[in-house]
Write a protein that binds this ligand. Structure first.
Ligand code: MF3
Ligand code: CO
Ligand code: CO
Length: 275
């Protein structure tokens, strides 16, 4: 009799404990990634001065249900929402609530869904009303830093190459990379090895292989990199109260480069200014 493998046991593990998925597994990641990215596309018109973050989250919850997917975050370690919404100096894991957005607020919306057992995890920046000039620079640099990291994704490069590319770009713009949070392996699970650091030295860390799936999700601060977590045990803020931004994609390593699972179906993976 053929042994039935648990879904999480598919493929093999590298010596660093990183799962190698099969070529046929990319389709599942694309399906999940597209659902999450489409929600981020369609939530943009819910971001405006006077809106609450819990109203935005409610719409996201409805969108997840309507898509037939499952929220990966509801029930995750006690988290109760379909999104994290991180406003201004909140670095990540902002809990949707009664906070009312005001003109010039910038926010990251992070959505993770499960489709047929595959996880799609992505986040982008949004602005309520008019984008302040300082925030515009921060958001642009953070977005471009993510893509500097993505450009390093190919077999033979290392995770240190990804981190270094991000760090060098951010610091050249006199901004700082958050060290306290990182990207992660994902696939049939939400958070798996490796820790994908957004800083590092070229040539260090695990070597990328075809079939690895992970997120890259740099958080960049206008001020110092240090964070602290509030009493709710989730909300991470900059210690110096400086503005923070983040973008996140879920990606897979292909034979000769990278496959981005969470590209925007509408082509709007960019700051919402100019719309
Ligand atoms: N989506 C986040 C990440 O990028 C994790 C959120 S966990 C939650 O890894 F519980 F805070 F939602
Ligand atoms: Co993530
Ligand atoms: Co995320």
């Amino acid at each position: 009799m053929e042994l039935l493998l648990n879904n999480e046991l598919r493929g093999r593990l590298t010596k660093d404990g990183i799962r190698i998925y099969e070529p046929s597994d990319f389709a599942g990641m694309h399906a999940a990634g597209a659902v999450a990215a489409d929600i981020l596309d369609r939530i943009a018109d819910q971001v405006f001065p006077g809106q609450t973050t819990e109203a935005i989250d409610r719409t996201i919850t409805e969108m997840v249900e309507a898509s037939g997917a499952k929220s990966a975050t509801i029930g995750y370690k006690g988290y109760q929402h379909a999104s994290c919404i991180s406003v201004n100096h909140v670095v990540c894991h902002g809990i949707p609530g009664t906070k009312v957005l005001k003109d010039g607020d910038i926010l990251n919306i992070d959505v993770t869904v499960i489709v047929d057992g595959w996880f799609g995890d992505t986040s982008r920046m949004y602005v309520a009303g008019k984008l302040p000039r300082k925030a515009e620079r921060l958001i642009q640099v953070t977005h471009d830093a993510l893509f500097k990291g993505i450009e390093m994704v190919k077999p033979g490069n290392t995770f240190g190459d990804i981190g270094h590319a991000i760090q060098a770009y951010v610091e050249a713009h006199r901004m700082s990379v958050v060290r306290d949070f990182c990207g992660h392996g994902l696939g049939r699970v939400f958070h798996a090895p490796p820790n994908v650091l957004h800083y590092g030295r070229p040539g260090t860390g695990a070597v990328l292989e075809e079939g690895m799936f992970f997120t890259i999700e740099p958080m960049v601060n206008l001020g110092r990199p240090e964070t602290k977590t509030l009493a709710d045990d989730w909300t991470a803020v900059t210690r110096d109260k400086s503005l923070s931004a983040q973008f996140e994609h879920s990606v897979g390593v292909t034979a000769d480069g990278v496959d981005i699972f969470t590209l925007s179906p509408a082509g709007t993976f960019h700051p919402t200014y100019g719309e």
